[in-house]
Design a protein around this ligand. Structure first.
Ligand code: IPE
Ligand code: IPE
Ligand code: MG
Length: 260
């Protein structure tokens, strides 16, 4: 509820939640959740404490997506390049994923959230694979927000796996090479079940994609926020959506097309 002072100095109550009015809401928001380590180090805490706090921001992002009516929320949680980090940090990140699913899955399911996971499952332990399968199976029929967890995900890795599978089909005579077009490639990617992202947000001030959704983000609007992921709250989310709303998307054409 917003409040402001009138001429006599008394507080009057304004109409609630007008801050989302008139916003064009992206159908698919994809977020590079960056800056946990720096958030923690700036406070004299361990990097892992930053990751732990980042989980709270994940819950906020899910809630705000539901409030806004976003259909797909993709969260970059662990990249195919994050294996180069110290083993203890990797272990902690895997532990957090486990904890998130164990603690939040029932609540997400009750909120009609459908969970999907993208990325390679090859190097994952069988307990993690089991949990990811469980989350997807339990929520498969939900029709609310689709929450996509990009775990052990890299755009180049995804494209490589996809090219290999298509190549095998061609070699076996199941697919003529002439049938390979953009639509076919999209339909074979990990993300085949959803539209391309309209908005990609990255926190932490870094301005790069770090191998996130390279194919799919071809025409996404990019918004870089100068705050660390644990500080990403509803206000920061709305700021990014407001920025998205103000952009003219042209998709290579000339007439400005309004965002969906
Ligand atoms: C993002 O925070 C989380 C992951 C990449 C898993 P970082 O751990 O990258 O934090 P910074 O960027 O080093 O501050
Ligand atoms: C991108 O962040 C990966 C995730 C948020 C999971 P990184 O921290 O790994 O990216 P770089 O190393 O700064 O490019
Ligand atoms: Mg980082």
């Amino acid at each position: 509820m917003n409040s402001k002072a009138n001429d006599s100095g008394a507080e009057i109550l304004a109409t609630p939640a007008t801050d989302t009015e008139g916003l064009s809401v992206p159908r698919h928001v994809a977020i590079i959740m960056d800056g946990n380590g720096r958030w923690a180090q700036g406070r004299g805490l361990s990097r892992t404490e930053g990751h732990r706090r980042g989980m709270e921001a994940v819950r906020n992002a899910v809630e705000t997506s539901r409030e806004l009516g976003v259909s797909y929320l993709t969260l970059f949680s662990f990249s195919s390049e994050n294996w180069t980090r110290p083993p203890l940090e990797i272990q902690f990140l895997f532990g957090l994923l486990r904890l998130f699913i164990q603690r939040d899955l029932a609540d997400l399911n009750a909120k009609n959230v459908r969970v999907r996971v993208i990325g390679s499952r090859e190097r994952l332990t069988s307990d993690i694979k089991g949990l990811l399968d469980k989350a997807e199976t339990l929520t498969m029929r939900n029709r609310g927000l689709t929450l996509v967890i990009a775990f052990n995900y890299g755009g180049r890795d995804e494209l490589t796996r996809t090219m290999r599978a298509i190549g095998e089909d061609v070699a076996a005579g199941r697919l003529p090479a002439s049938a390979i077009d953009e639509q076919l490639i999209s339909s074979r990617l990990d993300t085949s079940f959803m539209p391309d992202p309209d908005l990609v947000i990255r926190t932490s001030g870094e301005m790069r994609l770090s191998n996130f959704l390279l194919w799919q983000a071809a025409y996404a609007e990019l918004v870089f926020l100068p705050l660390y992921w644990p500080d990403f709250d509803r206000a920061a989310y709305l700021e990014a959506v407001r920025e998205f709303s103000s952009r003219a998307r042209r998709f290579g054409g000339i007439a400005a097309r309004r965002s969906p």
